[in-house]
Design a protein around this ligand. Structure first.
Ligand code: ADP
Length: 495
């Protein structure tokens, strides 16, 4: 039997600022609910703008000592943090299930994914390197150094409450920056749990801080405060655009992981079973609430009927329920508006001529549960194709040719992820070159890992996270023009 939330050793419901656990001075709190049963878990502090300012100042003071450490010293702190996250895998996963609702197995996978960023950037911390360049004039040197950008602020969503934080905080800390994280209102407990483990790892006070409160107040302070040099955001394109606009005033560097509208393309020559499995992995994981979830499923006409049949069978067998039941494969949606959006998308598709193949309504369990759904005969003008659904609907569209499907796939302002299923290598190259997207899964629905650069093009974002490129988002270049440094003529005399 799973421990209750109150027995979880990582349970904290205070903010972590300058190495101390604090509530709001005003005493203001917000209740946190479990999406699986609407049970109140704990209350969460609502900090004032002054308290956010205090956290920013603390991070600024902490940076003096943190940036002076060697990369290897910072690496050791991160390594300890990684070890503790691993040791508390089940506890962190429980916090995720409690506040976010995903199945326990998926929550464990998220903890591993989250930990992989801490491990990766602990390694990368030792490998920051600059350059020495050949100058245009003789007798000098051009030296390029990489330096931590400064105090960073991160704003993250509820759908991956652990991984979205470590993917930003680990590279920031590795680079020598300090950071203040604002988790989503729905999922602060995982963030507090991660901070608690960072504290146990000995990461010095003020280096990593977690604050909660009214999102727009915190966002306004982060973007207007001149101490903050970098904003890293994951969330909707709408809020991302707003944060970029706000950050323009003080010219902050920004990284943005925004919305998606991923096409999932299956060609006649694909393995239908594998394609359906890949689709289920990317579409129904986290109840379809991921920015890289397949949003539109394009299937070529030669295998269209067979694909729908296999998909219907497999989706019809997915077990829905409370994430703590180890046999459950799909949890609840996050809130009522998410549920209503799913209903709106289905109603719009059916009104415009789509067919309901599987599911289509609220689940018999009630609450925020929804049946895994398959629609066929979907067309480009339906909301399921135009907008990011963020729910468990697989809308299937029939297509004729490569040229047709690429045109439809690119007909969106988004460009985060895309998926192709085919056995023809030449076709894979051709179509991959034509698809406008930052990431393409080829014969797989699983593209996220710490080694690969995660990020989008078009209105899906700016910058990349994870990988050997992820740390550059937290580093600045400084170039030294050193005249006389290239003078190689040896001295003849004693000096
Ligand atoms: P989602 O649909 O995933 O909730 P949002 O973009 O609304 O996407 O939220 C992502 C994160 O942005 C959350 O932490 C949320 O609290 C935060 N957020 C929402 N509005 C603002 C705002 N005006 N300023 C700063 N952060 C915000």
């Amino acid at each position: 039997m799973m421990k209750t939330i109150l027995e979880n050793p990582l349970l904290k419901n205070q903010c972590y600022i300058n190495g101390k656990w604090v509530g709001a001075k005003s005493g203001q709190v917000k209740l946190l609910r479990n999406p699986a049963n609407n049970e109140v878990l704990v209350d969460i502090p609502q900090l004032s703008r002054e308290e956010i300012k205090y956290a920013i100042n603390a991070a600024s003071h902490a940076m003096v000592g943190w940036r002076e450490l060697s990369g290897k010293q910072r690496s050791l702190y991160l390594r300890k943090w990684f070890d503790l996250v691993q040791a508390h895998r089940d506890d962190l996963a429980s916090l995720i299930v409690f506040e976010e609702g995903k199945p326990f197995v998926e929550a464990l996978a998220e903890v591993d994914y989250a930990a992989s960023f801490i491990e990766w950037f602990a390694e990368e911390a030792k490998r920051v390197k600059g350059d020495v360049m050949a100058p245009p004039q003789a007798g000098s040197r051009i030296i390029v150094l990489k330096e931590p950008i400064g105090v960073c602020a991160t704003i993250t969503p509820w759908n991956f409450p652990a991984a979205m934080i470590t993917r930003k905080i680990a590279p920031a800390l590795a680079a020598g920056c300090t950071a203040i994280a604002k988790p989503a209102q729905q999922t602060p407990l995982t963030a507090f749990g991660l901070a608690f483990l960072a504290e146990k790892a000995g990461i010095p006070a003020g280096v990593f801080n977690v604050v909660t409160g009214k999102a727009s107040d915190i966002g306004d302070e982060f973007t207007s405060n001149p101490i903050i040099k970098k904003i890293s955001f994951t969330g909707s394109t709408e809020i991302g655009r707003h944060l970029i606009q706000q950050s323009a005033q003080t010219i902050k560097k920004v990284s943005m992981e925004l919305g998606g509208n991923a096409p999932f393309i299956v060609f006649n020559d694909a393995d239908v079973e594998k394609a359906v499995e890949g689709l289920i992995a990317t579409k129904f994981r986290n109840t379809g609430q991921a920015c890289i979830s397949a949003n539109r499923v394009y299937v070529q006409e030669g295998i269209y009927d067979a694909f729908i049949q296999v998909l219907k069978d497999k989706v019809g067998k997915l077990k829905v329920g409370n994430g703590f039941d180890k046999t459950v494969q799909q949890g609840p949606l996050i809130d009522t508006s998410a549920l209503e959006k799913v209903e709106e998308h289905i109603a719009d598709a059916l009104k415009k001529g789509a067919n309901l193949v599987q599911g289509g309504k609220r689940h018999g369990l009630g609450g925020l549960f929804f049946e895994p759904t398959v629609l066929s005969g979907v067309t480009q003008n339906m909301l399921v194709c135009r907008e990011e659904t963020f729910g468990p609907i697989a809308p299937v569209i029939r297509f004729h040719s490569e040229a047709d499907v690429v045109k439809m796939a690119n007909d969106t302002e988004y460009g985060l992820a895309a998926y192709l299923f085919s056995k023809d290598a030449e076709r894979i190259w051709r179509v991959s070159a034509a698809i406008e997207s930052g990431m393409i899964g080829i014969n797989t629905g699983a593209i996220s890992n710490e080694v690969a650069p995660f990020g989008g093009i078009k209105e899906s974002g700016l910058g990349r996270e994870g990988s050997i490129y992820g740390m550059d988002e937290y580093l600045e270049l400084k170039y030294l023009a050193w005249h006389g440094a290239g003078e190689n003529k040896l001295k003849e005399g004693e000096n």
